[in-house]
Design a protein around this ligand. Structure first.
Ligand SMILES: Cc1cc2nc3c(=O)[nH]c(=O)nc-3n(C[C@H](O)[C@H](O)[C@H](O)COP(=O)(O)O)c2cc1C
Length: 327
């Protein structure tokens, strides 16, 4: 580890509104992000030892990644490296540039986050060219793709898959500006098939909404299997209203839902499938609980926004200890 810059930077960002902090981080040029990341270095608890994730054909240094939404346009891949992420999910990326919601909102509540961004994206071509130039070493990069129409899933995937270790197919955004949703299982299957057909052999994972029943979760497990996905990411944010507008709720309220979903997915998905748990993983005990229930990998974004790099690293470290005992 070099000069500690990220934790002090996070403390400064924490004093600003979440909206403003999110905008500052996203408008920082990728070259500056890379410089800061290199000065900080990769955390020393990462020994370089690698854990194979069979269903995805990759190896990771720990099991905690940064969830979609943190780095929409692949400007922060080096930041993920310096934070000590085991892997990093870029996106969601749309096939064409898209402005997203007119009034964008990111907010921190006591133990949760609100976002209403409406899938802003610089578009697949720009993101792909950024990824081609600036991928940090030693962390797998996944790309989350989304679209406002079914065909867009194949276009975005065909452009981005060559630059990704795997593709997350996001059919579950609760707040697109155009109110388009692919959560209907038939549409989800179509979108997933489009992505699968364009992924050029790269694994794909289906990212699903939070579901409160076993039956509903099994419907999406079957969609993932039918479209040839390697597994499922559970879950996206909860639909909520914030100041009268549709928005997504992340953080602690999601945790009990995701916990049940991991068990239900494990019961239903074929052996060897990947389950990625995401939602309210804000301490190492929750991380270990989800791994014990059968999650292969974990992701978070709210924990970074609410509690910063130190907490993120503590959880990442706990996953290494878990892996050394269990894998
Ligand atoms: C600011 C923000 C933006 C997000 N954008 C996306 C996105 O573009 N695509 C996606 O699949 N999920 C997106 N999500 C959802 C997260 O990836 C994650 O599924 C959800 O927030 C639950 O994890 P958490 O409790 O750690 O926040 C976003 C979440 C937040 C907080």
């Amino acid at each position: 580890m070099g000069i500690p810059l990220l934790t002090p930077a996070w403390f400064v960002l924490r004093t600003l509104s979440a909206d403003f902090a999110y905008r500052i981080v996203h408008s920082t040029p990728a070259s500056l992000v890379r410089l800061v990341a290199r000065l900080e270095g990769r955390p020393i608890y990462l020994s370089g030892e690698r854990i194979p994730i069979k269903g995805l054909g990759v190896e990771v240094e720990n099991l905690l990644g940064i969830a979609a939404g943190f780095d929409k346009d692949a400007k922060l891949t080096w930041l993920a490296w310096a934070l000590g992420a085991g892997f990093h999910v870029v996106g969601s990326v749309l096939p064409h540039p898209h402005k997203g919601a007119k009034k964008k909102v990111v907010a921190r509540l006591r133990n949760s986050t609100i976002n209403r961004l409406g899938l802003p994206s610089e578009g697949a071509i720009r993101v792909a060219s950024r990824l081609a130039k600036a991928k940090p070493p030693s962390i797998p990069i996944a790309v989350s793709v989304a679209s406002l129409n079914v065909e867009g899933y194949s276009l975005a995937t065909s452009i981005l898959a060559p630059h990704a270790d795997w593709v997350e197919v996001n059919i579950s955004c609760p707040n697109t500006a155009e109110h388009r949703s692919f959560e209907d299982p038939d549409l989800a299957l179509k979108a997933c098939r489009e992505a699968r057909g364009a992924a050029d052999g790269k694994p794909i994972l289906l990212k699903i909404p939070p579901l409160k029943s076993r039956d509903d979760t099994w419907i999406y497990a079957d969609v993932a299997r039918e479209c040839g996905a390697s597994g499922v990411v559970a879950s996206n944010t909860l639909r909520t209203k914030y100041k009268g507008l549709e928005a997504g709720l992340g953080g602690a309220p999601l945790y009990p839902i995701v916990k049940s979903m991991v068990s239900w997915l494990r019961e239903r998905l074929p052996e060897g499938s990947i389950v990625v748990a995401v939602g309210g993983i804000d301490d190492e005990f929750k991380a270990v609980e989800l791994l014990d229930l059968g999650a292969n990998l974990l992701e978070t974004i709210s924990t970074l926004l609410l509690y910063g790099p130190a907490k993120f690293r503590k959880i990442a470290k706990a996953t290494i200890e878990w892996a050394s005992r269990n894998l």
